[in-house]
Design a protein around this ligand. Structure first.
Ligand code: GFB
Length: 316
């Protein structure tokens, strides 16, 4: 990528999009373009076609998506399926029509079958039934992978798909009803400490295993792959993760330690556990030359500092 290449980051205000913008700017890319969702509704085909025809970007990072935690996924399946199908179909087709050099599509490891062998190798896609709590989202993301692959096969495009494990970091969604576990527990534990409460409620049994990747590592992976990997070398898609997992219970305990909360954890079995385990096999991305840098404790400390700063600014 030339430093003056015109790069469109779709979803630039979200967790991943904002990290990609930060990382691109740090690396000296200076011709970035973006639109808020009120300026450009990516679900509207003609608006997307018009935007691409006018701007003609060289590269596209497709980080715009309807996302959320386990409860949001199971409460709003229609929105998760429709919005994501529309966004990705419109952007991928507009990229093709406007001869974009390279497009990066981002999915999630929830595309894998619920009970797939662990760690999850890329070849396990579509080998079994999906986890029910996020089936709609997973079907949308599998369609996105297949869309990129089909355009590559039929039209010779260079569209790559990355499947990150559970991400966290600055600019995450901290709304307790719709967020993922990391921001939800960070907020709950912080608030319990401030209010001198003796307990914090953790959803589910605490037994599910998850793998967490700091979003700044994810942004580095996105840029690395865009700069160095061709779609034909990547295969259908590439897992991005740390290859290290932790139970939700131990994650909660680690958060308590970093935040400095000494109360007790209470588990709420009325909330879903979701998939029991989803550990990525990261050999493919390691083989291509990328590895994560930020370990979990350090990443949580960094995110908590960011969270405190946001709280301070909001109270000023
Ligand atoms: O992060 P999370 O919402 O999503 O939940 P998934 C992970 C685990 O943490 C589940 C538990 O077992 C939750 O029950 N958990 C404990 C909590 N306390 C909380 C809490 O306060 N809030 C939340 N949200 N969870 C999502 C998928 O799955 O992960 C998406 O629904 C996507 O499709 C995303 O793949 C990365 O890891 O279960």
């Amino acid at each position: 990528m030339r430093k003056d290449a015109k790069i469109y980051v779709a979803g630039h205000r979200g967790l991943v999009g904002s990290a990609i913008v930060r990382a691109l700017e740090e690396k000296g890319y200076h011709n970035l373009i973006y639109r808020t969702s009120s300026e450009l509704d990516l679900r509207q085909q003609s608006a997307v076609q018009h935007f691409f025809a006018e701007e003609k970007p060289d590269y596209v990072f497709l980080a715009a998506a309807k996302v959320g935690g386990i409860l949001a996924n199971s409460t709003y399946p229609a929105q998760f399926l429709y919005d994501n199908l529309m966004i990705q179909a419109n952007v991928i087709e507009a990229a093709y029509r406007n001869k974009i050099d390279k497009l990066l599509f981002l999915g999630s490891t929830c595309i894998y079958p619920k009970l797939a062998p662990q760690p999850l190798q890329e070849t396990y896609l579509l080998t079994g039934p999906l986890e029910e709590t996020n089936e709609a989202y997973a079907i949308a993301k599998i369609s996105g992978i297949k869309l990129c692959g089909s355009y590559n096969r039929e039209y010779g495009t260079n569209y790559l798909s990355l499947m990150p494990t559970n991400l966290y970091g600055p600019n995450d969604n901290f709304d307790l009803g719709t967020s993922h576990v990391m921001p939800a527990l960070m907020r709950k534990i912080h608030e319990a400490k401030m209010m001198r409460q003796s307990t914090v409620t953790v959803w589910g049994s605490g037994n599910p295993l998850r793998e967490f990747l700091h979003v700044d590592d994810m942004a580095q992976a996105c840029i690395f792959v865009t700069e160095h990997v061709k779609a034909e070398k990547a295969g259908e898609f590439i897992n991005i993760g740390t290859g290290v997992e932790i139970t939700i219970r131990d994650l909660a305990l680690l958060l308590c330690e970093v935040i400095g909360f000494e109360g007790k954890l209470i588990f709420d079995p009325s909330k879903p556990d979701g998939t029991p385990r989803k550990l990525t096999d990261v050999s493919k991305i390691h083989h291509l030359g990328w590895k994560h840098r930020i370990e979990l404790r350090e990443g949580i400390q960094d995110t908590y500092q960011w969270y405190l700063k946001q709280m301070e600014e909001a109270n000023e």
